[in-house]
Design a protein around this ligand. Sequence first.
Ligand code: HEC
Length: 134
Amino acid sequence: MAMTDHRLIAALTVFLAIAAATSVSGAAERLDPQSIKLPQMTPELNVGKLNYDAKCAACHGLNTAGTDQGPTFLHRVYHPGHHGDRAFYLAPKNGARAHHWRFGDMPPVAGITDSQIEKIIGYVRAVQAANGLF
Ligand code: HEC
């Protein structure tokens, strides 16, 4: 009987360790920017990329790869069905509380306009699509 209890506890410990390792993480979500496929660029997407590189890439990474300051947008939680375009307007304007990861809060992005955000969304969605997120 005691033997069985020990085995049960050992199995449970392993299960909990795996659950903890796969649920929430920080820097583990970072990708290699060079491994990311770029979409067929258009003038509109180029404007989006320029704005993205200037205002978002410091944390969300070159080609949306992520950094140790912020998550990649190629993670499934940033699929448009989960974080729709509205989230992309709100986060730069108001900032975002840390809730998916352990990078800390996202501060508001100073001086960003709706039209810049619109172009950034177009670029991020195109990179997501090029990499099979949807
Ligand atoms: C100073 C670092 C930093 C910058 C700059 C930054 N972000 Fe973020 N962003 C973060 C972090 C960190 C999170 C993750 C918060 C969490 O969920 O734990 C995040 C999350 C987000 C989210 C998800 C918000 C939500 O509702 O969960 C969106 C959308 C986003 N960022 C868009 C942008 C865009 C667009 C830009 C550029 C205009 C940008 N971010 C610039 C750090 C940054």
